[in-house]
Design a protein around this ligand. Structure first.
Ligand code: FAD
Length: 621
């Protein structure tokens, strides 16, 4: 048969992890096969068509800096963009976009179809070919055997998927899609630790049956934020309004009346759900004192009437869903187009993985995305990129690469997963990163593009634009450091007009910018010059204003790196170490690690605990 069956890398699954994995491996020059159930569902958003948000946009921008697809597709599909936490510090600022799910999917598909070295094939992967603890290929549902040096598995919520609505349930990978049961069975035969998790989605509503006049309007930001470092707002489609409404006490009564038929409370669901994205029945039960919960009413696209009511994910029976929805202001006559549901699926304990996302037991086999116990498109995409690039590196006989915790949120994500594991769906937050001030969304390109270029992930266009931006930042910074303003001159008087305390001596523009009341536009007024690119101005402003904090964090990173091999005395009494939880103390007493590095790799020993150990050692000396 004249049909290609030998590749360098095979990626199974065309969701958010799989598409980034396949694109990365192919960009790096590896002959790559993306094998997925259905080509029509490439890049499909199973839940809310929104990308980014707190902690998550950092991942999206890191994927982008490494040449990935998610941010670019968001710029082409985003129908509302906002910067969250815009009044807070730059470390926690986060871009979020509501996307038109059809446009987003089309953008991903176009990138896949036009990617050199990438072959798409529609078919379920039912089996893995494993020889001497090494994966060598995949067998499809109809028995086609594909061979490759490495395989990346990104099957999302599909392994042994069961969909629940009330006390009824059926097998499914997500609504409308079959589960991957043959592959799930095969993985259970291999030496992996497999558990069950669950996630849920709200009912969708027809906008024509909704009274928006009683809801609060929520428009996107102006000027419209852009997600990709090489994106532009000219790519954005029409921008639309979202709305906010709330549940009422009546809604909560209706929801409580369905508790006895809730698969979650009645024990039909054994998997643990996402703590930070609970179902409405979970919220009503856990926060019984709250008489109302906010609902963001978000359009699913420009060419559909369907709305996504964000905040009322549920697996209650349909009659309860309908009554509860209709008790919400604006939804009195709502027509539900799709019922909400919960899905339970198999996930693999990520402690079975290395930092590259290769499994410890089967060489050449990588896992990425929801299969590793995470939730969210961004977490999936970031892992997909990492697994895909390492699958390509291994296939090419090159050394692996992964970012450290102080280099990227992707480093934090993977390190958390493989050292601590997870027993509930893991999502990213800025609070999970110790070095937040260094790992900002605005500087993801400066942190990672160079590495991406070295790995072969970044094309000439991105590389040129990146270099121009990096040079412009250096030049502008130098200008602000070296331009001095003298009191008593015209420029000095302009400066005094902006300052709380007038100038008493010569000061550089950079020094003036460090004053809390000053921002870049005022400095530009005083100096009579400004950077053409707002992204350059933003970067220079952050670097100068937060210089002290940033260099303190950089010192801490350096110190921790130096301390990696610091020895822990064999007689150390961990009970005496302040600031450690009892659980960590017990683990350390039991294992007695020889070095700080070994301790830091132990499950549950957090970076904060390592800092406490270092402080304790210093006191002992
Ligand atoms: P997916 O996007 O699920 O993609 C998996 C892909 O693999 C699919 O294309 C599938 O067809 C393919 N596939 C699977 N098995 C095989 C096989 N054997 N052979 C070939 N192809 C295969 N995230 C949140 O952040 N918040 C939420 O509230 C939330 N709620 C959700 C609710 C529901 C009901 C669902 C289904 C998902 C929800 N998600 C939520 C999760 C979000 O959809 C996932 O995190 C994200 O899609 C994971 O990406 P992935 O690439 O790992 O998997």
């Amino acid at each position: 048969m004249d049909f290609p069956t030998r590749f360098d890398v095979i990626v199974i699954g065309g969701g958010h992890a799989g598409t980034e994995a396949a694109l990365a491996a192919a960009r790096m020059g590896s002959a790559t096969l993306l094998l997925t159930h259905n080509i029509e569902t490439l890049g499909q958003m199973s839940c809310n068509p929104a990308i980014g948000g707190i902690g998550k946009s950092h991942l999206v921008k890191e994927i982008d800096a490494l040449g990935g697809a998610m941010a670019r597709a968001t710029d082409r599909g985003g129908i509302q963009f906002r910067v969250l936490n815009s009044r807070k510090g730059p470390a926690v600022r986060a871009t979020r976009a509501q996307a038109d799910r059809v446009l987003y999917k089309a953008a991903i598909r176009e990138m896949l179809e036009n990617q050199p070295n990438l072959t798409l094939f529609q078919q379920a992967a039912d089996d893995l070919i494993v020889e001497n603890d090494r994966v060598t290929g995949v067998v499809t549902q109809t028995g086609i055997r594909f061979h490759a040096a490495t395989v990346v598995l990104t099957t999302g919520t599909f392994l042994g998927g069961v969909i629940h609505i009330g006390m009824q349930n059926h097998a499914g990978g997500r609504a409308g899609d079959a589960p991957a049961n043959a592959l799930a069975k095969r993985l259970r035969e291999l030496p992996f630790n497999i558990g069950r998790l669950k996630t849920g989605t709200p009912p969708r509503i027809d906008a024509r049956s909704v009274d928006f006049s009683v809801m609060q309007e929520q428009w996107g930001d102006a000027p419209t934020p852009v997600m990709s470092f090489i994106g532009s707002r000219d790519e954005h489609p029409e921008q639309v309004c979202c709305y906010v409404t709330r549940t009422t006490e009546q809604t909560h009564d209706i929801i409580r009346s369905g508790f006895d038929r809730s698969p979650m409370f009645a024990g039909a669901i054994e998997g643990v759900g996402p703590r930070y994205c609970p179902s409405i029945e979970d919220k009503v039960s856990r926060f019984a004192d709250k008489d109302s919960h906010q609902i963001f009413v978000e359009p699913e696209g420009l060419t559909t009437h369907e709305l996504y009511p964000n905040g009322i994910s549920t697996s209650l029976p349909f009659d309860i869903q309908l009554a509860a929805v209709r008790s919400i202001p604006g939804f009195e006559n709502a027509h539900i187009t799709r019922p909400g549901y919960a899905i339970e699926y198999d996930y693999l304990n990520p402690q079975d993985l290395r930092h590259t996302l290769e499994t410890k037991f089967i060489q050449g086999l990588y896992f990425a995305g929801q299969i590793n116990g995470t939730t969210g498109y961004e977490e999936a995409g970031a892992q997909g990129l990492l697994a895909g690039l390492n699958a390509a590196l291994q296939a090419q006989g090159k050394d692996a690469w992964y970012p450290r915790r102080d280099e990227a949120y992707l480093g934090v994500l993977v390190d958390d997963l493989i050292t601590m594991g997870t027993s509930e769906p893991y999502r990213m937050f800025t609070s999970r990163a110790e070095y937040r001030l260094i790992l900002r969304e605005d500087n993801a390109d400066l942190r990672l593009t160079e590495t991406g270029r070295r790995l072969g992930l970044v094309d000439d266009n991105r590389w040129d634009r990146f270099n121009r931006k990096r040079d412009a930042i250096a030049i502008e910074r130098q200008r602000l450091e070296s331009t001095r303003i003298h009191p008593g001159t015209a420029q000095g008087e302009t400066a005094d007009g902006h300052l709380k305390q007038p100038m008493t001596r010569d000061q550089s523009l950079a020094e003036l910018l460090r004053r809390p009341e000053m921002a870049y536009p005022q400095i530009a007024d005083i100096g009579g010059e400004r950077a053409d690119d707002p992204a350059v101005a933003e970067q220079v402003e952050i670097e100068i204003k937060y210089e002290g904090y940033i260099s303190r964090q950089a010192d801490e990173i350096e110190r921790l790196r130096r301390n990696e091999n610091t020895r822990l005395p064999v007689d150390l009494d961990y009970e005496q170490v302040g600031g450690l939880s009892n659980e960590i103390k017990q683990k350390l007493q039991a294992v007695r690690p020889e070095t700080i590095a070994q301790a830091s790799r132990m499950q549950g020993v957090t970076p904060a605990a390592v800092s406490q150990l270092l402080v304790h050692l210093k006191k002992r000396d």
